[in-house]
Write a protein that binds this ligand. Structure first.
Ligand code: FDA
Length: 391
């Protein structure tokens, strides 16, 4: 490991592996260091072991960042089609699941093997199980002390991701190093994470395991997918998506009846006056949830015995059921970290720090966070590829 390279990349996850492979194949001498013995740990567990490796709808509008335009350049120069071409060149079978999400037919291991193969083709010197003990910069070279050896290069790429899922070796290392070099951070926070409930809303936790198709809203963001009640609060894709937009103190709104037209309870009263709200709701959702909602609304009798005013109010409440989450389940359960290295200090074309020549940041470490469903890997591939063009 000792010696001079063209680039040292810290973090052999999705972004670091892509960046190393592309830079290596462009003729750069690349050293890639990870403190985990096995690279790409999150790739292996992603998508339930099948890796949702991209999304064909990966447009900049589906990413959160203080600068919503920052991701545009990288995403347009390395597209889902580009990654799919790579996957197909390696003979990996894939399928589209829902909402543009592409998965391996077989195993996420194939994606990691593909990236390692590409790194090998680029002659990348990959060192796993090595801890970085010191980094400094002098005379145009970055000096990295790791595993008892010293490496030097004119370029240093921060690709160690964010602190979500610490038990897998995730750290805030890239954020700390960036700060030391004078880059600013957008306050990191857990994202794509379950939300917690307490007080009067904790009664919903007794529905743990019950799921329903809803629209979840927070501010202008809205997601139509499944919500799942848990023993701590709310989860499921609709909630994970909305959690990235949610901030402490805010409420979220759930539409339990997204397909019911306005006035549907009045129509139901006219058509079947002896039916109940619970019975009607159970056509769209599990019975336990239907019963809880009817009880909470206080409308347990026959529709024919209920005033139109009460039915209108019930329909309105079901369309816009407010929850006030007390928090999230934190980094231990967060699929990604939102916030991170501020894009204001980086070039959107190369990911290089504007005021620190030779320092690059890519992947989840940067303040760019995708929706659930392959968007975060696409950002890792695209930002890694963009940096590799400049190394
Ligand atoms: P990533 O976390 O992949 O890699 C960082 C690397 O840096 C790791 O190898 C780590 O060991 C190393 N590192 C950390 N600190 C270090 C230090 N101090 N010194 C040296 N090395 C260090 N996304 C998606 O698009 N589709 C999906 O299916 C899923 N599924 C999914 C499931 C689960 C359970 C999680 C937790 C996450 C996902 N994601 C996902 C998100 C996706 O995994 C994530 O956004 C990318 O892996 C980010 O890629 P990076 O390379 O930036 O970080």
């Amino acid at each position: 490991m000792t010696g001079t390279h063209d680039a040292i990349i810290l973090g052999a996850g999705a972004a670091g592996l892509m960046c190393a492979a592309v830079a290596g194949q462009r003729g750069r001498r690349v050293l890639l260091i990870d403190h985990n013995r096995t690279p790409g740990a999150k790739i292996l567990i992603s998508g339930g072991g099948r890796c949702n490796f991209t999304n064909i709808g990966a447009v900049p509008e589906r990413y959160l960042s203080e600068n919503p335009h920052f991701a545009r350049s990288a995403l347009s120069r390395y597209t889902p089609r580009d990654f799919l071409d790579l996957v197909e060149r390696h003979g990996i079978a894939w399928h589209e699941k829902t909402l543009g999400q592409l998965f391996c037919d077989g195993s996420a291991r194939q994606i990691l093997a593909m990236l390692l193969d590409e790194c090998a083709k680029g002659g990348v010197d990959l060192r796993g199980g090595v801890s970085v003990t010191a980094i400094d910069h002098a005379d145009g070279l970055y000096r990295v002390e790791a595993g008892g050896a010293v490496a030097r290069a004119p370029a240093l790429v921060l690709a160690t991701g964010g602190p979500s899922i610490p038990k897998m070796g995730a750290t805030g290392f890239a954020h700390d190093v960036a700060k030391r070099f004078g880059l600013k951070l957008v306050q990191p926070r857990p994202a794509l994470v379950p939300l917690t409930l307490s007080g009067g809303e904790a009664l919903f936790t007794t529905l743990s395991g019950v799921a329903s198709n809803v629209v979840a809203r927070c501010g202008k963001a809205a997601f139509r997918e499944a919500a799942l009640f848990t023993h701590k609060g709310l989860s499921g894709p609709a909630i994970l998506q909305i959690s990235s937009y949610w901030r402490h103190g805010e409420g979220i709104a759930i539409d339990y009846a997204p397909d019911r037209p306005a006035g549907w309870l009045l129509d139901a009263k006219a058509a079947s006056p002896r039916t109940s709200l619970k019975r009607l709701l159970a056509e769209d959702m599990p019975e336990r949830l239907a019963a809880t909602l009817a009880t909470q609304i206080g409308l347990e009798g026959e529709l024919g015995q209920t005033t139109d005013k009460a039915l209108r109010a019930a329909a309105q409440r079901l369309k816009d059921w407010r929850f006030h989450p007390t928090g999230t389940e934190g980094y231990a359960k967060a699929e990604v970290t939102a916030g991170g290295i501020a894009t204001a200090g980086l070039s959107s074309k190369t990911m290089e720090a504007q005021r620190v020549p030779g320092l690059f940041a890519i992947g989840e470490a940067v303040d760019v966070t995708g929706w659930l469903g392959g968007y975060n890997f696409q950002w890792a591939w695209a930002s890694g590829w963009a940096a590799a063009q400049a190394l």
